[in-house]
Each structure stands twice: as structure tokens, then as C-alpha cells.
Write a protein that binds this ligand. Structure first.
Ligand code: UDP
Length: 385
């Protein structure tokens, strides 16, 4: 083995594929789970055959030409365009915030200019340029009434943290548009892998130089591919939680986890769309996914059954799956301490969402793996190849 990759998500598999394919070196990929692909993994629900994203909906989008070119080596993409609606007060509004949302909410017929004036007026309580936290950022973008209707309670359900204590960047993910365009993402390319995420992921790992070992825990010393046995002996790409790697020496990093309740319903269509958010605090879940709508082009889905998944959000306890970094100031300080420890760890490269404690979308994980490969691994491993 020339390289050990810990974790078979997009970051780990991109590195594995590049090193195996371009440098012609032997790579072993291990994963604690019994399947590859990390949280992008999907599988056919057995009763209906409908592709379900086991760890929550994954929508592929990117504006990075190198990433787009790279992913197209392994899969084609459908022309799916992500759109999200939200239920507030028993009424359905389109997201992200656009002229339709504004006009429906205020029962008005504003054009772009007068809608901008209205929102500016409703954000006038803020000092311009000052948006120190999520609440202020949201109010500056959409005004107080829309903030209270669509953001305040949803965000509280998602983060269980006062919006004044959350970073402004969280809401910056959500565009605000003074047009009727309600595409959720702004990116140049968007779509879903034509024959599913797992087929895509398996093709990345399908190389004679790559060996994947599942149900193999890097910290389990009863199996040979463990940390104590291999650090310093073989280069390692580690994509698990960075605090776990150092045995939580600097304290635990905060994560939010998700709980999913999946149900097969005896109807061909439950909600008419892929994702419905629930903005109000009375409803305990944040959103409902209906998976058939991710692939309207598939004609082998049953017409009398559908699969839905309710999503609940909470702070992760140790042992829960980490999904989103909470990123409080204490977390940032711990992360910096872990980064210092990481630098001193010869021959170990930390990457991916868990390894860097960053909210990376799939295209970002792949993009950062491609950069790490070009800038660090290729110079380090390529010479003696
Ligand atoms: N958000 C909100 N209301 C919504 C959707 C999103 O307030 O109906 C805010 C919320 O603070 C959330 C952020 O926007 O954390 C990003 O939302 P997104 O849907 O992009 O999160 P993801 O799908 O990545 O969980």
C-alpha cells in the first residue's frame, strides 16, 4: 500500500482515484460504515425501488469548471433544478426569497424597485453595514416581517441556538432575488447523477489500484489498518472528525446532527415537490423530502406509492452522526488548536467536512481534494512513483 485513505466520502474517493489512476500507486480506502460514499450514499427503498438519500437530500451543483469536468468522468447528470417551498401559517410560499414570496406575503404586486424599497424600509432598524450575527444579516436582507415568518423559528428548530448567536454566513447560503427566479442555487451547473449517487461513487472507486475495506475502524487496534500501526509508516489521508483523531485532547467540536423518519405512503404523490420546509415552531420537523420528485424522468417508479422522509435537527452527542459544524467562537478556538496539532502530524493529511470542521458541499469537498492532490500529494508521492 502506498497510501491509506480513511473515509470513503467524496473527499477520500477523489484523492484515492487521482493517486491510483494518475500516479499508478496502490491505495487502500477504509470506512467505518458498511457502505461507501459517506453521507452522499443512496439506496433503493426495497418496497418501491425509489432512490433514497440515506443521510438527507444531496443536490449536486457547482460553478467550478474543473470540478464539473472531473465529476462528469464518472456519471452523467439529469436536468433536475432544485426548488424549495415553505409552509408558514398553513400557506405555501416559494423559496429562496424572491418577488413571488414578497408579493404573496404582503398581498401586493411590487415590481423589483418598489420591493427593494419596501424591504429596505423594513430593515431600517439596523445600522447600515452592521450585520454581526444571523438575525441582523437576515433582517438586512429581507426585513423583519419576512425574517420572523420564515427564518426565526426555522433557524431555531435547526440550530437550537438564538439567531443572534449564530454567524451571519449561515443565512448567506440563501439568495434573495428581486425577480421571479426561484432556483435554489446560483451555480452554473446543477443536476442529479442519472443512475444515482451510489453508482457514481462506485465508479470512482472502481480501479485495480484501489482496495476498499468497509466496516473497518481506523481507531480499532484489533484490525491491522489502525492509527497506532500506520501513522508514520504510510502516508494517510484522514477524513474523519479531527477532534476524534486527537482523542478530543482540545475538547469536543460542536456539531448538529439530523434524525430522519422515513415512511412509505400509499399514494403516488404526497406533496408535489422534492422539499417542503416547515417554517413554524409548532411543527417539530424542519422539512419533508419526497424522493420520487428528484427523478421525474424515471419511469420505473410505482404510481401508487411514494417515500417521504421527515427531517429533525438537534445538537449531536458523542456517537451521533455529525452533519453541520456549529462553529461557536469556542469551536473556532478549538479548531485552531487542532490545526496546530495536525501540522505536527508527519505524513497525515486532513481533509473533507469532518477532517476540517467545515460545512463543505459535495462540489467543495471534491474541489478541495483535487487541490490537495495537485498541490501536496502529487509533489510528495509522484516523484518516487
Ligand atoms: N433558512 C431559513 N428558512 C428556510 C430555509 C433556510 O431560515 O426555510 C436559513 C436557516 O438559517 C438555514 C440557512 O438558511 O440554516 C441555510 O439553509 P439551507 O436550506 O441552505 O440549509 P441546508 O439545506 O444546507 O441544510
Amino acid at each position: 500500500m502506498d497510501l491509506l485513505v480513511v473515509g470513503s466520502g467524496f473527499f477520500g474517493l477523489t484523492i484515492a482515484e487521482r493517486v491510483a489512476n494518475e500516479l499508478d500507486l496502490k491505495v487502500v480506502v477504509i470506512d467505518r460504515r458498511d457502505h461507501i460514499g459517506g453521507n452522499a450514499y443512496s439506496e433503493a427503498e426495497p418496497e418501491t425501488g425509489i432512490e433514497v438519500h440515506r443521510y438527507g437530500a444531496h443536490l449536486f451543483h457547482t460553478s467550478n469548471p474543473s470540478v464539473w469536468e472531473y465529476v462528469n468522468r464518472f456519471t452523467t447528470f439529469t436536468n433536475y433544478v432544485h426548488k424549495v417551498y415553505t409552509n408558514h401559517g398553513g400557506e405555501i410560499f416559494p423559496l429562496p426569497f424572491n418577488l413571488h414570496t414578497i408579493n404573496q406575503f404582503f398581498r401586493s404586486a411590487h415590481g423589483p424597485a418598489s420591493a427593494r424599497e419596501l424591504i429596505a424600509e423594513q430593515a431600517s432598524e439596523l445600522t447600515p453595514g452592521e450585520a454581526a450575527n444571523l438575525e441582523e444579516k437576515a433582517i438586512s436582507l429581507i426585513g423583519r416581517p419576512l425574517y420572523e415568518a420564515f427564518v426565526r423559528d426555522y433557524t431555531a428548530k435547526q440550530w437550537q441556538t438564538d439567531p443572534t448567536e449564530l454567524p451571519a454566513e449561515v443565512i448567506s447560503r440563501l439568495p434573495v432575488r428581486y425577480t421571479y427566479d426561484n432556483r435554489y442555487f446560483n451555480d452554473t451547473w446543477e443536476g442529479l447523477p442519472t443512475d444515482g449517487y451510489t453508482a457514481w461513487i462506485e465508479r470512482m472507486a472502481d480501479h485495480p489500484n484501489i482496495e476498499v475495506r468497509l466496516s473497518t475502524d481506523f481507531f480499532d487496534e484489533s484490525q491491522p489498518l489502525n492509527k497506532a500501526a500506520l501513522v508514520g509508516r504510510v502516508p494517510i489521508i484522514y477524513t474523519g472528525p479531527i477532534d476524534r483523531y486527537f482523542d478530543f485532547a482540545e475538547g469536543e467540536l460542536g456539531w448538529r446532527t439530523l434524525d430522519f423518519e422515513q415512511e412509505v405512503l400509499p399514494t403516488g404523490d404526497y406533496q408535489g415537490t422534492t422539499v417542503m420546509n416547515y417554517a413554524d415552531s409548532e411543527v417539530p420537523y424542519t422539512r419533508i423530502h419526497e424522493f420520487r420528485h428528484f427523478h421525474p424522468e424515471r419511469d420505473d417508479y410505482p404510481t401508487d406509492k411514494t417515500v417521504i422522509m421527515r427531517e429533525f435537527s438537534r445538537f449531536a452527542e458523542r456517537g451521533d452522526e455529525p452533519y453541520y459544524p456549529v462553529n461557536t467562537p469556542e469551536d473556532r478556538a478549538r479548531l485552531l488548536a487542532y490545526r496546530e496539532l495536525g501540522k505536527a502530524e508527519e505524513g497525515v493529511f486532513f481533509g473533507g467536512r469532518l477532517g476540517t470542521y467545515q460545512y463543505l458541499d459535495m462540489h467543495m469537498a471534491i474541489g478541495s481534494a483535487l487541490s490537495m492532490y495537485e498541490n501536496k500529494l502529487k509533489p510528495a508521492l509522484g516523484t518516487d512513483a
